[in-house]
Design a protein around this ligand. Structure first.
Ligand SMILES: [Zn+2]
Length: 208
């Protein structure tokens, strides 16, 4: 699904969207669940994007519906993988996730990638600004590309409206609220969530 000339939501990942940014270097935002890998590659193929054209994979946070196909896509693309320092330790299995997610980890196993880089200290990679937005997880980030804000699980959308995440799934609800106010200070025309459909930003974030 086309969002802007350079940004597409990959149809096979509807429900927990993976996005592709066709910038100077092609970027994937998140990787979906562990069974999403092949669908992601076939969505990209239909856009004439070869796996090896993907230069970066940006991870918004450590949850397994965002990192499930990370190892698969690392191998298929050879892309550089980025995530926040706090969440890398969970992605690589060195630390347990917080709260209820600890239990899920024992039921669903996700392979870690071979290489993963912490986001740079200046919060910039190419044309993407990395915005730390802790709350859902300790190291959750939003990613701003031009006028498109990729919000990961900062909130979701439902029937064209922004909707809070289930508070039980957040590491820290107070920080989550602060992070929502933080991104409201940025200028963007599109909100691209993992869960729910992308919507135009009508300045309604403060209502959360
Ligand atoms: Zn999620």
């Amino acid at each position: 699904m086309k969002i802007t000339d350079a940004v597409y939501a990959l149809d096979s990942t509807k429900g927990n969207y993976v996005y592709v940014v066709l910038g100077k270097e092609i970027i994937l935002i998140d990787t979906g669940r562990s069974k999403n890998g092949e669908g992601i590659l076939s969505d990209l193929k239909s856009m004439n994007v070869d796996p090896i054209d993907i230069k970066h994979i940006f991870i918004t946070h450590h949850d397994m519906d965002h990192t499930g196909s990370l190892a698969y896509l690392e191998q298929a693309t050879g892309a550089r993988i980025w995530a926040s320092e706090e969440d890398i330790s969970v992605i690589c299995g060195k630390k347990n996730p917080d709260g209820l997610k600890k239990l899920v980890k024992y039921i669903i196993k996700v392979n870690p990638p071979k290489n993963i880089n912490p986001y740079p200290k200046d919060h910039k990679i190419g044309n993407v600004e990395v915005i730390p937005t802790p709350g859902h997880t300790r190291g959750h980030v939003c990613l701003l590309y031009k006028d498109v804000m990729f919000i990961g699980d900062l909130f979701r959308t439902s029937d064209g409206k922004i909707t809070p995440m289930y508070s039980l799934m957040n590491w820290n609800n107070k920080l989550q609220k602060e992070s929502i106010s933080k991104i409201n200070k940025y200028h963007f025309n599109w909100i691209c969530p993992a869960h729910g459909e992308p919507i135009r930003n009508k300045g309604q974030i403060n209502e959360l």
